[in-house]
Design a protein around this ligand. Structure first.
Ligand SMILES: Cc1cc2nc3c(=O)[nH]c(=O)nc-3n(C[C@H](O)[C@H](O)[C@H](O)COP(=O)(O)O)c2cc1C
Length: 285
């Protein structure tokens, strides 16, 4: 039996994200086992930047719910990841989770091949921001196989269903989730890897996706700019790109740190004397 895991990055009960994720899951068929996790219900601490999870065979040392979440992801055959836009980015729990994925960066084998769909909900027209791209990066840094990604408008809870096309689109995703032929591609002038739609224009006339690093160029069809991208597929979220960063660069940086620890400690020392920290008073029970 196939298993699908729905991840909801919103605290709002029966909010737009939760309902959209549930609608996808509900359409995967009776023979598909379903599980859901509200990411904000988990105890996910911030990454402490201790690098104890490097190299590859190590795990994160923080004893919280990350291991539970990664276990559930490992058990699943497909993942539906939903988050609302908050201040132009995804809900903060996505960033907290994202930072904890340092321990997963070199463990491609654990999650590879699991299909993933991302759903981004937003409420203010034109305020979608960069949330979808970050959500897609989360999927890629978990090594999931991103087959579709969509952005849906709806401010108040329930508003997403005011557009009947949304319900149809979401149901179709659920029905197609395990169909090997189901794979949507980003549209024109979108990054082919992370679906981002903002770019860094370089001095040499090329463009680069600032998130995943996919490179391309700009041509003009009359006055209309047309972007085209390198077909090599090499970027930060490609298997080679991730290996380069997580298994090579980061591991080398850690070794460098261990070798130069005494020297670096000396450089830190004077700043330890500046003890200007303030903390909020302890609240009475
Ligand atoms: C703190 C906060 C910040 C928000 N920021 C944005 C925003 O930048 N852009 C936007 O379009 N909607 C924004 N919204 C609206 C939500 O994205 C929208 O209501 C969404 O449907 C909420 O999904 P949910 O019901 O699953 O929580 C914000 C909502 C909150 C609570």
């Amino acid at each position: 039996m196939k298993k699908v895991l729905g991840l909801v990055a919103s605290q709002r009960k029966l909010g737009n994200t939760e309902m959209l994720v549930k609608e996808v899951l509900a359409n995967t068929g009776a023979d598909c086992e379903k599980e859901m996790i509200r990411l904000t219900d988990l105890n996910l601490e911030y990454c402490k930047a201790c690098y104890a999870c490097l190299p590859r065979e190590m795990n994160c040392r923080i004893k919280d719910d990350l291991a539970f979440l990664l276990g559930k992801l490992q058990e699943a055959d497909a993942v539906v990841l939903g988050a609302p836009v908050y201040f132009l980015g995804p809900h903060g729990v996505i960033k907290v989770l994202h930072d904890r994925l340092l321990s997963v960066g070199s463990k491609q084998h654990l999650f590879q091949g699991k299909r993933c769909v991302t759903i981004t909900t937003y409420g203010a027209w034109g305020w979608e921001g960069y949330a979808r791209s970050v959500l897609n990066l989360t999927a890629h840094f978990l090594h999931l196989d991103l087959v579709d990604s969509f952005v849906i408008h709806g401010a108040n809870p329930g508003e997403v269903w005011l557009n009947p096309a949304t319900l149809e689109r979401v149901r179709e995703v659920g029905r197609a989730l395990f169909d090997p032929g189901y794979r949507k591609v980003p549209g024109e002038n979108q990054c082919p890897a992370c679906w981002g739609d903002f770019f860094r224009f370089k001095a040499d006339g090329t463009v680069e996706c600032p998130l995943c690093g996919t490179k391309g160029k700009v041509d003009h069809n009359g006055l209309k700019p047309v972007l085209s991208f390198e077909s090599s597929g090499h970027n930060r979220i490609s298997p080679e790109g991730k290996r380069e960063h997580f298994e090579n660069w980061l591991v080398i940086k850690k070794e460098e740190f261990l070798a130069k620890r005494a020297q670096l400690k000396e450089l830190q020392k004077p700043y330890g004397a500046y003890d200007w920290w303030v903390k909020p008073p302890v609240q009475a029970e």
